[in-house]
Design a protein around this ligand. Structure first.
Ligand code: SF4
Ligand code: SF4
Ligand code: FES
Length: 232
């Protein structure tokens, strides 16, 4: 099938403004957008810059805006988005080159919520046990691959880049509700800051964008509830 790719290009070393590159390619309907981008890079213009690693929806590195929606390029089949496919970098993070953005502000927000297990109590002889029911409480939020599709589709994040964002809240949720962890109160305090969880206006963009189908808005609501009804 014939596919026209419209790719937002920007090389800060020579471009004053971003510009649209158009590339006509012949692909199979079951090829992914990532395959088409590879075709352009390998056969038409080697300067096209994009980030990807696993190619199978696991690493989270190829988040981009495809026909106006945040997706992983390796998970979108061309037959679902062709004949004209518009590809842009995700919004709200500085563009380094073409489709590659600087993830550092996103990672700083992630680190800010203490996304690691905290428990200074002496460990039991074998292991810290947890029942299947206790594990189920945060099972959904363990699936996050930190792709940033959610945070960079959030209008509150676009309006204010300091907002901690849905991905960091998902990560905080994963530990706040872990029965073995002891730092829930600290994380809730962090999320109670002015640029914390209350900037969420429950618009659902994040949930719709998540390639792991995490119920992000539900997780955010659970954390808000914990703050209101005080695990603090
Ligand atoms: S539900 Fe909250 S976090 Fe998600 S997109 Fe909307 S405002 Fe952003
Ligand atoms: S919650 Fe979903 S969309 Fe957000 S970073 Fe994690 S995997 Fe990506
Ligand atoms: S390349 Fe790893 S998720 Fe797409």
């Amino acid at each position: 099938m014939k596919v026209k790719l419209r790719i937002k290009r920007f090389n800060p070393e020579k471009d004053k403004e971003p510009w649209w590159g158009e590339y006509d390619v012949e692909m199979d309907p079951t090829d992914r957008v990532l395959d088409a981008l590879h075709y352009v890079k390998w056969h038409i213009d080697g300067t096209l810059t994009l980030r990807r690693s696993c190619g199978h929806g696991i690493c989270g590195s190829d988040a981009m805006r495809i026909n106006g929606v945040n997706r992983l390029a390796c998970k979108v089949l061309l037959r679902d988005v062709a004949p004209v496919v518009t590809v842009e970098p995700i919004l709200g993070l500085p563009v380094i080159k073409d489709l590659v953005v600087d993830m550092e502000p996103f990672m700083a927000q992630y680190r800010s919520v203490m996304p690691y297990f905290v428990n200074d109590e002496p460990p039991p002889p074998r292991e810290r046990l947890q029942s299947p029911e206790e594990r189920a409480v945060f099972d959904d939020t363990t699936k996050c691959i930190l792709c940033a599709c959610c945070t960079t589709s959030c209008p509150s994040f676009w309006a204010r880049g300091e907002y901690v964002g849905p991905a960091a809240i998902v990560q905080a949720h994963r530990f706040i509700f872990d029965s073995r962890d002891r730092a829930a109160a600290q994380r809730l305090e962090i999320l109670n800051e002015p640029d914390g969880i209350w900037r969420c206006r429950t618009v659902y963009n994040c949930t719709n964008a998540c390639p792991r189908e995490i119920k992000i808005t539900e997780a955010i609501a659970e954390v808000k509830k914990a703050l209101l009804f005080s695990r603090l």
